[in-house]
Design a protein around this ligand. Structure first.
Ligand code: G6P
Length: 612
C-alpha cells in the first residue's frame, strides 16, 4: 500500500526522506516522489518504478533543504505513471500533498472543483485534496493551512492519511488522518512522518501514533495535535522497542499472520467506494454495459491456486444468484482443453499478482474468441489489469507471504459485489434483498475480528497435530468450496499432506483412509446441508478418525459427535465463507509455527508464477 514519509528539522531532508521511503519498500509500490521547500519554493520530483530511479533524479540536481514529504504509490485510481505519482499539487504549484487511502467522493469533488477552475493533471483521487486545500485557503480558511485542512476534511469521504508542504507556511508541515495509519517520529528539534513505524526507526524510537480525526502541525519546536473541531488533543508518546525486521511485520513473527490480521481492513477497503456510507451497493467503475450484463448466458471463471479456489466459491454464487451456468477452471487446463466459447459469455480471471502466465494465456484465448474478460486483480497496472476488457480490483494491499490469505478473502468480496450488482441489473434480486446481503457483508469484518481474538485457542489446538501425516477436509456446498482453500493452505505451509473432499464423495474413496487418529476437519455451517454433513461425521467417527468440526456459534449439538469444536459467529449461509476460512488459516499458521516451517516462503513455491 502507499507509504507516506516526511521530515522537518535541522538536517538535510532529502536523504532522510529517500531512506525512509526505502524502509517502506516492503509494502509494495510502483512509483515514488518527494516535495520539498527549496528556499521557500515548492519543488516536486517524482518517477515511476523503483526508489533508485527517484534517487538518481534527485542526485542530478541536489536539493539542500530542511523540510519535505515523500511517497511510495501503490496504484488504486489511475495507472502507475509519473503523472499519477505523488506528491500532487494544485493550480498554483505552491502546495503539495501526499496521501494514503481512498477519497470515495473524489469524482464528485473533482467535478465541482473543475467547474470552479481547478486544472487536474492526474487520474488520482489524491489530486482533489491539493485543489480542495487551495480552494479552502482562499475561501474560508483565510490563508491558514490548519483551518483549510479541517474544512477540506469535512468534505472528503473515505480513508486518508495526508501530509502537506506549502509555501504559505514554510516552517511547518501539516498532517491529517482518518482510518489510514500515520505515525510521527519525535527527535531533538525534528519531526518525522511515516505511514508506519518502520520508516522512522533508524532515526528515533520515540513515536506518536495519530488517531482518526487528528490534525497535526509539525515544527522544529514539536508537534501540536488538534481535532477536526479545533480542540487540543494530547496523544501519548511511545518508546518503541522493535527492530526494523519486526516493525515491517507489524510486530508479528511472519507476514502470513500479519496479513491474516489485516483481513478485516482488507474487506473494508475492498467494499469502500462500492458500497455507499448508507450501505447501498453502488458499482460505477465496471467497463461492461448494463445490456451486456443482462444478456449474459455463460460465465467462465479461470484462475490458479488460491485464486482458483476463490473461483469455486464464485461458481456457487453466480449460479445461485444469477442462474447463469458458470464454469470454473484451473487456467493451465482451460487453455489446453479446447474450450467451447459461446456468444454472450464473460470470462472472469482472478489473480492476486495479475501476472500468472497460465491465467494470462486464458485471458488472451478468450479475447481471441471475442469473449470479454473481467479481471479481479490485486496489482493495479499488472498485465491482466491492462489487458482485460474490464477490471474490478481487490484492494487487499500488497501481500508478501507467498501463500495468499487476505487476497483470497478480497477476491471473494469482489465476486459477491459483482454477483449482487449483476443480479440487480438482471432483475433477479430486489433492492431490499441486495441491501440485506450487503448489510451482512458489512458486518463481516467485525465477525472476523471476533474469530481472530480467539487466536490463542488455535495455538493450543495445533499441538494435537504435530505428528499428523495426513489431514482431510470435508464440507458440503459453500463449506466444501472453502475447505479446498483450507487444505491447500495447510499443505503448502505445514507440508502435511492435506486433501479436501465434498463430504458426499466420502464413500467414493477417502473413507478407505479413515482409521485411528487421522484428523478430519469438517466444516458444517450451511444450515440446509447440516444434517447430511453430520451423517458424514458419524461415518468418519465410526472408523475412529479424529474430527475437528467447524460450526456456527449457535450450534449446540455437534460436541457430542466430535473430538474438537471450533465456532464462528452466525451469519447468512451465503456469507459464511468469509468466516469459515479464518479457522483453517489460523490453524495452518500455528501448526506450521510449531513445526518450525519456513512460513512466509514455503519450499519450492513462488508468489508470482510467470512461467507455465
Ligand atoms: C502462486 C502463489 C499463490 C497464488 C497462485 C496464483 O502459486 O503462491 O498464492 O494463489 O500463484 O497466483 P495469482 O497471482 O494468479 O493469484
Amino acid at each position: 500500500m502507499c507509504g507516506i514519509v516526511g521530515y522537518i528539522g535541522p538536517r538535510s531532508a532529502v536523504p532522510i526522506i529517500v531512506e525512509s521511503l526505502r524502509r517502506l519498500e516492503y509494502r509494495g509500490y510502483d512509483s515514488a516522489g518527494v516535495a520539498v521547500l527549496d528556499e521557500g519554493a515548492c519543488k516536486v520530483v517524482k518517477s515511476v518504478g523503483k526508489i533508485n530511479n527517484l534517487a538518481e533524479l534527485l542526485d542530478q540536481e541536489p536539493l539542500e533543504v530542511k523540510i519535505g514529504i515523500g511517497h511510495t504509490r501503490w496504484a488504486t485510481h489511475g495507472r502507475p505513471s509519473t503523472r499519477n505519482a505523488h506528491p500532487h499539487t494544485g493550480n498554483s504549484g505552491k502546495l503539495a500533498v501526499v496521501h494514503n487511502g481512498i477519497i470515495e467522493n473524489y469524482v464528485e469533488l473533482r467535478e465541482r472543483l473543475t467547474a470552479a477552475g481547478a486544472n487536474f493533471t492526474s487520474d488520482t483521487d489524491t489530486e482533489v485534496i491539493a485543489h480542495l486545500l487551495e480552494e479552502k485557503l482562499t475561501n474560508g480558511a483565510g490563508g491558514d493551512m490548519l483551518e483549510a485542512l479541517r474544512l477540506a476534511s469535512r468534505e472528503m469521504h473515505g480513508a486518508y492519511a495526508v501530509a502537506v508542504v506549502s509555501e504559505s507556511c514554510p516552517d511547518r508541515l501539516h498532517v491529517v488522518r482518518k482510518e489510514s495509519p500515520l505515525v510521527l517520529g519525535l527527535g531533538q528539534g525534528e519531526v518525522y512522518i511515516a505511514s508506519d513505524i518502520t520508516a522512522v526507526l533508524p532515526y528515533t524510537k520515540t513515536v506518536m501514533v495519530l488517531e482518526d480525526g487528528d490534525v497535526g502541525v509539525l515544527t522544529v519546536d514539536g508537534v501540536s495535535i488538534t481535532g477536526l473541531d479545533g480542540r487540543a488533543i494530547d496523544r501519548k508518546v511511545l518508546e518503541v522497542e522493535w527492530d526494523v525486521g519486526a516493525a515491517e511485520k507489524g510486530g508479528y513473527d511472519h507476514y502470513m499472520i500479519k496479513e491474516i490480521h489485516e483481513i478485516p481492513d482488507a474487506i473494508r477497503h475492498t467494499m469502500r467506494g462500492r458500497v455507499t456510507p448508507e450501505g447501498l451497493l453502488n458499482i460505477t467503475e465496471l467497463n461492461l454495459s448494463a445490456d451486456e450484463i443482462r444478456d449474459l448466458k455463460r460465465i467462465y471463471i479461470v484462475a490458479c491456486g488460491t485464486s482458483y479456489y476463490a473461483g469455486v466459491v464464485g461458481k456457487y454464487l453466480f449460479e445461485r444468484l444469477l442462474r447463469i451456468p458458470t464454469e470454473v477452471d484451473v487456467a493451465s487446463e482451460f487453455r489446453y482443453r479446447d474450450p467451447v466459447f459461446e456468444p454472450n459469455s464473460l470470462m472472469i480471471v482472478i489473480s492476486q499478482s495479475g501476472e500468472t502466465a497460465d491465467t494470462l494465456a486464458a485471458l488472451r484465448e478468450a479475447q481471441r474468441h471475442n469473449v470479454k474478460v473481467l479481471a479481479i486483480v490485486n496489482v493495479i497496472g499488472s498485465s491482466m489489469y491492462r489487458d482485460a476488457d474490464a477490471v474490478f480490483p481487490t484492494l487487499a494491499g500488497p501481500e508478501i507471504c507467498v501463500a495468499s490469505t487476505k487476497a483470497y478473502v478480497t477476491q471473494l468480496v469482489c465476486e459477491y459485489l459483482l454477483a449482487f450488482h449483476f443480479a440487480r441489473l438482471r432483475g433477479q434480486m430486489a433492492d431490499a434483498e441486495v441491501n440485506r446481503l450487503v448489510a451482512e457483508m458489512l458486518a463481516v469484518p467485525a465477525k472476523v475480528q471476533q474469530i481472530l481474538a480467539q487466536e490463542d485457542d488455535y495455538k493450543t489446538l495445533a499441538k494435537n497435530f504435530l505428528e499428523s501425516q495426513d489431514f482431510f477436509f470435508l464440507g458440503r456446498g459453500l463449506d466444501a468450496a472453502v475447505s479446498l482453500e483450507g487444505a491447500l493452505k495447510l499443505k503448502e505451509i505445514s507440508y502435511i499432506h492435506a486433501e479436501s473432499y465434498a463430504a458426499g464423495e466420502l464413500k467414493h474413496g477417502p473413507l478407505a483412509l479413515m482409521w485411528d487418529d487421522v484428523p478430519v476437519f469438517v466444516t458444517a455451517t450451511q444450515t440446509d446441508l447440516y444434517e447430511k454433513t453430520v451423517s458424514n461425521i458419524k461415518e468418519v467417527k465410526a472408523r475412529r478418525a479424529d474430527v475437528l468440526a467447524l460450526v456456527r456459534e449457535s450450534n449446540v449439538d455437534i460436541a457430542q459427535h466430535v473430538d474438537w469444536v471450533i465456532k464462528v459467529p452466525d451469519a447468512d449461509n451465503l456469507v459464511m465463507p468469509f468466516l469459515t476460512i479464518i479457522p483453517p488459516y489460523l490453524l495452518t499458521y500455528w501448526l506450521s509455527f510449531a513445526l518450525d516451517r519456513e512460513i512466509d516462503q514455503p519450499r519450492n513455491l513462488a508468489k508470482s508464477v510467470t512461467v507455465e
